[in-house]
Design a protein around this ligand. Sequence first.
Ligand code: SF4
Length: 118
Amino acid sequence: MAKLLCKWEPSEPSGRCFLYMDDYPLPEYDAEHTWMLSGVCRDREPSFFFPSDGIGVEIARKVCATCPVQTDCLEYALSYRIEHGVWGGVSERQRRRILASRKVGAVATPAFPVDAAS
Ligand code: SF4
């Protein structure tokens, strides 16, 4: 049986899924990518997670809601600034908002005490 493994590649900014056969050995994965092996989307068409409208986004998000690696998937997409597709049940627009809010949070919470008098 064939299985899909979705993985973002730096050379393919829109993201990409790979097709593997069960009897074909999976490549060596480091800890950063191991979660991908448990993604529900392994059995879905890659285009399913790159919808062209809001309805498609909602449908993809419902699938992601059942995925055991939803948090890992979202953090991966945020870490690598993946701009396209639904990752971790979060749309492109929502990821931009999360990243923006984290930047604001980083400014509001300095890593060291700030002395206002200096
Ligand atoms: S959260 Fe969604 S996109 Fe991410 S691995 Fe799971 S099903 Fe795939």
